[in-house]
Design a protein around this ligand. Structure first.
Ligand code: EPZ
Length: 422
């Protein structure tokens, strides 16, 4: 296995191009199951999760040709079976996103339960309840979700008890081929959900309320869709991670290929901490702050402060004067990075789902372990300002969602290299 070694204390400079959004690429790939024509998808991030879902689609029968690591052609006209096997689904829980399209198109499918992950149980009960509302008969057999809708799915009023991103995306795709109108109430409105709506609209699906918490979808009654070429939107979480790299090292760096409105919660929080910015239409430069103040964060759904940026801001809090407070409201166990940051000398206390960070302490290099995707990126950020060498193990977590991470950080002036465990 590989590990990263970072020598801290370097000031960063220059610019970094933000890649396509993993959390948009995944529902877009799943939606290709609804498409009858040859579909071109570009600006895909070259990350493990995208490769895993592409493998699952090929296993189902989709024909995929990789034009480059960031672009593919996919033809899903001839799907040979509708079973998403455990061996692939266990590697990437977002594989649950094939449930809606397969059920809507074939009236039956088996999808392995994704199981939990480091940050929480991650149930899919809301996905299942919503599809039952649309007429599906669903049972759990041998670790698989076995779903049937012999007469096809029918439009229904679907109310989500909790806002769920992939739950909203699954039902959107199911509703696109259903008979009649589906109202999705309490839907997620993350930019990745919005892009999926726009793609379905351009394929001829009537959707009202895009960008709001209530979506109204008129299905095609099983008629497959004619998609246009797709370019994946920039990754707002990768963008936020690199903004935090500039913030934690108090360096001037520029992030390019972004959609600034997607970053508003993070930019506003960095402004509170003391940072100023220079922005153009699709780039943003963060400038060094004379003083960095402690802050408060409560994670919530978009457009609030994203849970996927919580760990990165916790690393930043170790460099801000005073006591910062970080409350995680979406996942029950998303503080795995705390004990690793403490190994570097961070002063963090946990009480329930609130972490208090006392900033200003020097961090000293040590061996630390990545536990999940965003926790790993927090350890990279901390390594940038840690005295001496920090070694981050189990970085396969990072490879799931950050494209060419060490290359991008090296180009910004960080002293970082990928080495092999002995
Ligand atoms: C998506 O996960 C993202 N993943 C996550 O990003 C992100 O953290 C999360 O949304 C929240 O923004 C993708 O888009 C592929 P949820 P998702 O369903 O859809 C509960 C990353 O780092 N819930 O919005 O799985 C759930 O337990 C990843 O890129 C149910 O109870 O998250 C959680 O508490 C990590 N039952 C809350 O809802 C359900 O059926 C929000 O989860 C579904 C969800």
């Amino acid at each position: 296995m590989d590990y990263l070694q970072i020598t801290g204390g370097k000031t960063l400079k220059g610019e970094v191009r933000i890649s396509g959004a993993k959390n948009s690429a995944l529902p877009i790939l799943a939606s290709a199951l609804l498409c009858k024509n040859l579909l071109r998808i570009s600006n895909l991030p070259d990350v493990a999760d995208v490769k895993t879902l592409a493998k699952l689609l090929e296993h189902l029968g989709s024909e995929i040709e990789w034009v480059s690591p960031n672009e593919l052609l996919i033809h899903s006209e001839r799907i040979i079976h509708t079973k998403a096997i455990y061996d692939i689904v266990r590697k990437m829980r977002a594989s649950i996103l094939v449930l809606g399209p397969l059920l809507a198109r074939f009236g039956k499918c088996e999808v392995s339960l994704p199981g939990g992950c480091a940050i929480g149980a991650r149930p899919v009960d809301l996905h299942i309840k919503a599809m039952e509302k649309m007429g599906a008969e669903i049972s759990i057999e041998g670790g698989y979700i076995v779903a049937r809708a012999p007469k096809g799915l029918k439009g229904a009023d679907v109310m989500f008890d909790k806002i769920t991103v992939t739950g909203s995306e699954n039902i959107l795709m199911a509703a696109a081929l259903a008979k009649g109108v589906t109202r999705i109430i309490n839907a997620a409105k993350e930019p990745e959900v919005v892009q999926l709506c726009q793609i379905l609209q351009s394929a001829g699906v009537e959707i009202q309320g895009v960008g709001s918490n209530e979506l109204c979808v008129r299905g095609t009654q099983g008629e497959l869709l004619e998609f246009k070429d797709i370019s994946v939107i920039p990754d707002r979480i990768e963008a936020g991670t690199y903004l935090c790299a500039g913030a934690i090292t108090n360096s001037a760096i520029t992030i390019k290929n972004i959609i600034p409105t997607h970053l508003e919660a993070m930019i506003s929080k960095l402004g509170e901490i003391g940072f100023k910015f220079e922005n153009t239409q699709n780039s943003l430069k963060i400038l060094p702050a004379s003083k960095r103040y402690a802050f408060e964060i409560v994670t919530t759904e978009y457009p609030g402060f994203p849970t996927d940026m919580q760990a990165q801001f916790m690393a930043l809090a170790t460099q801000c004067q005073g006591s910062s407070s970080i409350e995680e409201r979406l996942f029950e166990n998303r503080f795995m990075h705390v004990s690793e940051l403490q190994r570097l000398g961070a002063h963090i206390t946990l009480r329930g789902n609130v972490a208090k960070v006392t900033g200003g302490e020097k961090l000293i290099g040590a061996d630390v372990m990545a536990t999940d995707l965003r926790a790993s990126s927090a350890l990279v950020l901390a390594g940038l300002v840690t005295e001496g060498n920090t070694k981050i193990h189990r970085i396969y977590h990072l490879d799931r969602g950050y494209e060419h991470l060490e290359e991008k950080f090296s180009n910004l002036g960080a002293q970082i290299k990928r080495l092999k465990e002995k």
